[in-house]
Design a protein around this ligand. Structure first.
Ligand SMILES: [Zn+2]
Length: 322
């Protein structure tokens, strides 16, 4: 599911979610892998997200969604993967696909084909892709996978929306502490990461985020009185507040992972506290809280009143009933 890539590929993840949300999904995507090893799995998750009538992005919501179940069972005929036969993707492979899609013209259903190795097009297959890109067939979406866009003909590239995946980073190394993991997640330039790690206040900030959640989970509305003010003194501008919300989100994702008996990814050092929050919440509650955090974090840039935002966080959390 698409949510599995939220941490490794945060930028693309957000672009895709926004496109579905605003109904601006286009008919052709070129995904640059940049050495990322799970590109094809990602393309499947992307396709599944697009085909799901509700654009569900996680297992929780998709429970009982017929479309998603069919895809998971491997019975779904609306996703086709084409990879090179021998050295090239051949024109015949693409023609066969088009005929198949046309034959099965199920009303209202979208169809997606994934070209795994879009740099392996010979002249005639490139031309037939180009024809599709110039005169797209309604309901058919193309996802082209390639290591780097420069290896694909310009005429093809210019007609696709390009999504650039990030190579797996150091987050996979086992013995990293919470601080380093958060640094690699929140910053992308090496000097920003180093600056963050050297900042004397970094530990205090992380501690405050963990402490805030622990307090809020235990004491509910009292967080408005006792915690919001000192919290906003520490996270005292929009960028910092956004960072704090990013960590809240990662924290609750860890709690959710803990509930699902999966690995805690960021806050390993806070394992006991994570387990405590996991015990206080059902999985459904946790996913609702994550939604609240995601929604609020998106409003930080436009919201001038940080106090109201934090109050809303507490109130929304307390209204999550089951
Ligand atoms: Zn679904």
């Amino acid at each position: 599911m698409l949510d599995e890539y939220q941490i490794e590929q945060p930028i693309i993840y957000q672009i895709i979610k926004n496109a579905a949300h605003k109904d601006t999904v286009t008919h052709a995507y070129l995904i640059e892998l940049n050495g990322y090893s799970k590109g094809l799995d990602f393309a499947y998750a992307f396709a599944k997200f697009l085909l799901c009538p509700h654009h569900y992005s996680n297992f929780l919501n998709c429970n009982g969604c017929h479309q998603c179940e069919t895809i998971d069972d491997g019975n779904f005929l609306e996703i086709k993967v084409i990879s090179p036969e021998g050295q090239w993707i051949k024109k015949e492979q693409l023609e066969e696909l088009q005929q198949e899609f046309n034959r099965k013209a199920l009303v209202g259903n979208q169809k997606i084909y994934i070209l795994d190795g879009a740099d392996k097009l010979n002249t005639s297959s490139a031309n037939s892709i180009l024809k599709f890109l110039e005169e797209p067939v309604p309901g058919i979406i193309a996802i082209l996978l390639v290591d780097n866009a420069y290896r694909v003909m310009n005429t093809i590239v210019s007609r696709c929306q390009i999504l650039s995946l990030k190579k797996e980073n150091h987050l996979h190394e086992k013995d990293l502490d919470t601080k380093t993991r958060l640094a690699y997640y929140s910053f992308h330039e090496q000097d920003e990461i180093e600056k963050f790690l050297k900042d004397d206040d970094t530990d205090a900030k992380i501690e405050m985020v963990v402490d805030y959640i622990t307090f809020l989970e235990k004491n509910g509305y009292q967080a408005i009185i006792y915690k919001n003010k000192p919290f906003l003194e520490k996270f005292n501008d929009k960028n910092l507040l956004f960072l704090a919300f990013e960590w809240f989100i990662l924290y609750y994702k860890d709690v959710l992972n803990c509930s699902l008996n999966k690995k805690i990814e960021f806050f390993q050092e806070q394992k006991e506290k994570i387990e405590e929050v996991a015990h206080r919440n059902t999985i459904l509650k946790l996913s609702k809280k994550l939604e609240i955090l995601l929604d609020l974090s998106e409003t930080i840039k436009f919201n001038s009143n940080a106090t109201m935002l934090m109050d809303k966080l507490v109130i929304d959390f307390m209204e999550v009933k089951k």
